[in-house]
Design a protein around this ligand. Structure first.
Ligand code: PMV
Length: 337
């Protein structure tokens, strides 16, 4: 049995604008998806996804992507997760030149699904890593990230950025611009995540920003302004001591940029009442700054914490289903056993 686990991520800055060629800075967090893979003697794939829903389910099928039978899965999000496992199997078979390889696969995840934390990327990265290792053909991190990106691209009909999969493969903070992804140094940021229990429709939200940008010059300016603030944020991160607790002045500046970033995303129509409520609860509790993370519309916010008060305040905020501290994950995907 080969078991790999890969982290989710938050966007410190830059989602949506990254679609238009501006830079963005996602950072991996210590919430992981774990995929266990055991090769089989036949070409069947059996997937167990216990922790992706309250009930869990198991499905077994033969063949590759697209051959999965119609099964009753508990929720549309779990159905989507199955698509990612499928695509990961296909990439692993291709990478190992083993088109008929069969696997018993178990997926567990403590990353909220579809909520801007890169849950699907973590499943795909851990899945491809575990399956290729199980076949004796481990991939280096760049190839793993590239194949995981292709898997997401396929499942999401061409609407995928490289950010989530790269970040999940390498860990740490990453600078993304166009197709370029590079790890960057970052201090040990005290992050808290608030989750409203929901998820936004990434395709619709991206299309909405696109329409505003076409219609209004000032919306295009807002996208460019996000790019400017990302460059400012990056410079601040680069000046800080890597892995160390950042000084208060730096936290204050980064927090201000996060607030600014949330305001611009909100102006571009991708926030939601629940996300705004959590952002304000975090600020009221003394956080240095807070913003939505990912596509928006629902899902998660990330706050730069100043004390334990943020997590508690969020957990009492109407519309917040879960609040948790999110350590930066300096290590990307890793083998567990
Ligand atoms: O919600 P997530 O984590 O998949 O992030 C979406 C980020 C966008 O910039 C809105 C879209 C993209 O593909 O970059």
């Amino acid at each position: 049995m080969t078991v790999c686990e890969a982290p989710g991520k938050v966007y410190l800055f830059g989602e949506h604008a990254v679609v238009y060629g501006e830079p963005a800075v996602p950072a991996a967090i210590e919430r992981r998806a774990t995929v266990s893979v055991e090769p089989r003697d036949d070409d069947h794939v059996r997937v167990e996804a216990e922790d992706l829903s309250l009930d869990g389910f198991t499905v077994e099928y033969s063949g590759g992507t697209g051959d999965r039978p119609d099964v009753d899965v508990p929720t549309p999000l779990v159905e989507a997760a199955m698509g990612y496992v499928d695509a990961a199997v296909e990439q692993a078979r291709d990478a190992a030149d083993a088109p008929d390889a069969g696997f018993d696969i178990a997926v567990e995840s403590d990353i909220p699904l579809g909520a801007g934390l890169g849950s699907s990327a973590a499943v795909v990265v851990a899945g491809i890593d575990a399956a290729t290792r199980a076949l004796g053909e481990p991939l280096d991190r760049r190839e793993l990230a590239e194949r995981a990106y292709r898997a997401e691209y396929e499942v999401q009909d061409g609407q995928a950025s490289r950010a989530d999969t790269f970040c999940s493969a390498t860990g740490g903070a990453v600078r993304v611009e166009g197709d370029d992804c590079e790890p960057i140094e970052a201090p040990n940021l005290p992050l808290v995540v608030g989750f409203d229990g929901g998820a936004g429709d990434t395709g619709e939200l991206v299309a909405g920003v696109g329409a505003l940008r076409e219609e209004y010059g000032f919306a295009a300016d807002a996208v460019e302004s996000i790019g400017d603030l990302v460059r400012t944020g990056e410079a601040l991160l680069a000046d800080a001591a890597p892995g160390e607790e950042p000084p208060a002045a730096l936290l204050a500046e980064l927090g201000e940029l996060m607030d600014f970033n949330h305001g611009l995303l909100s102006a571009l129509g991708v926030s939601a009442r629940s996300l705004d409520a959590m952002v304000w609860a975090a600020r009221d509790a003394g956080a240095h700054g807070a913003k939505l993370t990912g596509a928006g519309g629902g899902g998660c916010i990330v706050a730069l914490d100043a004390s334990d008060a943020t997590e508690t305040a969020l957990s009492f905020t109407q519309g917040c289903e879960e609040a948790f501290r999110a350590e930066l994950a300096t290590e990307g995907v890793r083998v567990v056993e």
